[in-house]
Design a protein around this ligand. Structure first.
Ligand code: GDP
Ligand code: K
Ligand code: MG
Length: 300
């Protein structure tokens, strides 16, 4: 890792907000590569994941987190506790909200957690590419929240990239001088294999419904590189036989659809040709097993 010049700034930015506001989409756009999967399903993001953006003046390390929502059970309490730790361990919080809807109970719950922390907060209004008819009312609801807390506000679209250079500048202004924490060309702290597994899980989220998305985990069993093609063997772990049936589909059609879409994504990731072979395995109660979770790459 090179020595940083004297004026160089760096630090950790927590991307915090309720589910589906576009946190992962934003991180991908900022680092210029798809390292976090995104989907309309809440709880798409399961792991804390870092995205690294290095410019000539600064290194911004974004910490993408699973969305925060009010806990209704014991596990939820643990997640919120983790979110609180995440808030305390970063230099700046980017609190992302969805500017297509007015500030709601979910946002106020997160805002309340943030107001009790000493970490500086920037309020980011995402999805400005869509302008709903009541946008003035929406704008007013977030302006009053930001004014009450004295938070700086910035508006952007994680999908089109509009407003992101302003966001970047504002974040850099809020950082202190510091070193390179990571080599300048690195975009994530996650190994390539983990991202491959996530890209497979993303297609399952997009192509299947209901109880399937939340009960799968992916393991990458083998990656073989040849001069012309990379062979990837992966297993989709489910909890029940019925789920295995849905994932395989009629005559294998669902698994084929998942495989070819995921293969395209993995080809983009590694910038090369990929042969992807998928297996489905029933693994009862993997979600309850911390050992199994750790084996599958989740931090437990
Ligand atoms: P997260 O749960 O906060 O990480 O949200 P995701 O990044 O997974 O995005 C949730 C949904 O919002 C996805 O369907 C995204 O395509 C969509 N989305 C994210 N950013 C934008 C944006 O700037 N504009 C629009 N129109 N949709 C967005
Ligand atoms: K999501
Ligand atoms: Mg996410």
């Amino acid at each position: 890792i090179p020595q940083a010049p004297p004026e160089f700034k760096s630090g950790f930015i927590g991307i915090i907000g309720r589910p589906n506001v576009g946190k992962s989409t934003l991180m991908n756009q900022l680092v210029g590569q798809k390292i976090a999967i995104t989907s309309p399903v809440a709880q798409t993001t399961r792991n804390r994941l870092q995205g690294i953006l290095t410019t000539k003046d600064a290194q911004l390390i974004f910490v993408d987190t699973p969305g925060i929502h009010k806990p209704h059970h014991q596990l939820g309490e643990v997640l919120v506790q983790n979110a609180k730790i995440a808030i305390e361990s970063v230099d700046v919080v980017l609190f992302v909200v969805d500017a297509t809807t007015t500030c709601g109970a979910g946002d106020r719950y997160v805002a309340d957690l943030l107001s009790r922390s000493s970490t500086p907060v920037i309020l980011g209004l995402n999805k400005i590419d869509e302008q709903p008819p009541n946008f003035l009312e929406i704008d007013e609801s977030y302006t009053s929240l930001a004014d009450a807390q004295q938070w700086q506000t910035v508006k952007f679209s994680a999908i089109t990239g509009a407003g992101l250079s302003e966001l970047q500048q504002l974040l850099i202004q809020n950082l202190e001088p510091g070193p390179y924490y990571y080599p300048p060309d690195l975009v994530t702290d996650q190994p390539e294999r983990f991202i491959m597994g996530e890209l497979i899980r993303e297609q399952i989220l997009l192509l299947t419904r209901e109880e399937i998305p939340h009960s799968v985990a992916i393991s990458i069993d083998q990656v073989q590189e040849t001069p012309t093609i990379t062979r990837v063997m992966a297993t989709i772990h489910v909890e029940r036989d019925s789920q295995k049936g849905i994932l395989i589909g009629k005559g294998g059609s669902m698994l084929k659809a998942i495989g070819s879409a995921a293969r395209e994504q993995i080809q983009k990731l590694i910038a090369g040709k990929v042969y992807l072979e998928l297996f489905v395995k029933v693994q009862p109660k993997w979600r309850q097993s911390r050992i199994r979770l750790a084996e599958l790459g989740y931090r437990v």
